[in-house]
Design a protein around this ligand. Sequence first.
Ligand code: NOJ
Ligand code: CA
Length: 721
Amino acid sequence: MKRLIRSVGGLILTVFALPVCGQTMSSPDGNLSVAFSLTEDGQPQYSLSYKGKEVVKPSKLGFRIKGAEGKDANWDDDMKTRKPDDLDIGFKVVSVDRDTVNETWVPVWGEESVITNNYNEMKVNLRQSDTKRDMSIDFRIFNDGLGFRYEFPMQKKLSYFVITDELTEFAMTGDHEAYWIPADYDTQEYDYTRSRLSEISGLMDQVNGPTYPWQHRPSPTGVQTALMLRTDDGIYMNLHEAALVNYPCMHLDLDEKNLVFKALLTPDPMGDMAYMQSDCVTPWRTIIVSDDARDILASRITLNLNEPCAIEDTSWIKPCKYVGVWWEMITRKGKWSYTNDYANIHLDKVDYTKSKPHGKHGATTENVKKYIDFASKHGFDAVLVEGWNTGWEDWSNKFKDEVFDFVTPYPDFDLPFLRDYAKEKGVKLIMHHETSSSIRNYERRMDEAYKFMKDNGYDAVKSGYVGRIIPAGSNHFSQWLVNHYLYAVKKAADYKIMVNAHEAVRPTGLCRTWPNLIGNESARGSEYQAFGGSKPSHTTILPFTRLIGGPMDYTPGLFENDLSKYNPKNKSWVNTTLTNQLSLYVTMSSPLQMAADLPETYEKFLDAFQFIKDVALDWDQSYYLEAEPMEYLTVARKAKGADEWFVGGTNGEAPRTAEVDFSFLPEGRKFVATIYRDGKDAHYKTNPQSYIIESKNVTAKSKIKIPEASGGGFAISIVPV
Ligand code: NOJ
Ligand code: CA
């Protein structure tokens, strides 16, 4: 809050007792314009235009609800009656509040050190005539897009209620190109497909992603957000949500005939969507729009629609570059568990003296010591250690409530020794909490687990939610789970702990409010390069989709493509060139970055590894130089508080030549650029480790052409002469 600088105070105008006529509002630069109106039967609707052209056709708004019909809103009575009772038609406009905000704020970390929040606001206050229920729809229009949400003021006639369906639509103006992954209530770990909207259902069965028996893909026409779109006349649009709090995650279901998307919420085991108590609000529904794809990457709408930082003292939140005992397990060279003999292991009486170790355990004292030495030698901040704690033998027991206790190390992991050794070497250890998706187990043990971390010098945790949610029947992205992930982050803040959650719901900008949420996975991470591979274009679409909501713990830095070298049984191939991996440290901005490969591999490529050592984690300014979704992007960034710049060029499948314009550099000064680029015959499949490192003098006037291979890319570090 302290950091908030509000430069122009809000001018609030209220217009009372309006007729059914429409209300419009334009963005500060006038390019975008939203129109609100009521249909003939009193249903709210909106449309959006960009530079005079319609980009979202009239789209309906509202809800199906139940449980709110009791006069005194007595919960039990309401639940018994269960009459369908909807918040869709019969509305009248009571008043409209208008406001303008133009302010800047300072994030704790991120792509820029000062963020502008400039929008016009129009809050339409509605009353449903026959039920006398009040609902407002708050529209905020920025130069780069629109956000709107529903608000329910405190009222007797709508105190407790259950949302059974959200009717929000996004009506498309044509059969656009879409970059999509299927709607799924449990995972986002899919490869992206690019197709026309009308082709989505036909391609559904061909998508590449996990297929667990408990996963729920609700609709053959459903897709996830952030959804990236491109119209035939070159307009880019991004549909997502901001500030997902106490509400289920939204997917989008397409009416293929009319090309209208409708909100598709994630249900609880009863089939209900959201349990509400007024006064309350929904998350913001966001539409980012531009005729230049680079503006989608530069948009700060998602952060701006979140609440300011809720943490008073943020001095303990620090960007972090780390290595880890991890890739060797993901490639199945080593194992998380200590023994195969899980039948003898029970949480209440852990007795490893009876079980025979299989000898492939990764988190041994000796191996972790090796990683600490490597991290210390190369200037990394931290070492992640997975498989340090008991319970992994029982991993397959997907119905067992208590698999992990988060405080008991395996007998071959000497925690006090490693704690002291890491401290001596100036390196932090990163805690790992695989929850096995046993939510209640984690919640009951959380205080003890966080306290154990603090007592042992850990200040960051990687958590994970692999497998079926326990208790069974819940979905990963339902309201209860959404609340759990935030509960874990807030509680961590009480202990001054940073969180990097894997398999949690995809981010929606909550890191503005809770900057100790330094990372999330929530997409197909680089681990899939060991599970059959991802498309070479994968990281050219993630910044337009997954990263719209916040940073990703993508875990780049894979230098060895042939994973059979680590484990003869692993036939997977890393589908990128080596310098493509380097580019990701810039294009996939995150305050948390891993060098994911094995130390012995980095030892073989120390010249290229130098870039990972040098690259910054936090930025004063970002410059989006070139971008086309699922094809390529080139991004330059200035390191926070330092006279250093880094450029990343990430390419997809088709070879191309990037044109780097150095005008982002300050004028009148001379710099040296170290360029790490694909070798002449580099190709992600046939020759991925071919690269060239060269130095060039550059100024703000320089323009350099850099060839990028198929699945390739480049990285540049720039310092003053
Ligand atoms: C899946 C996560 O994405 C991965 O990083 C982690 O190592 C495993 N779960 C085990 O927790
Ligand atoms: Ca994962």
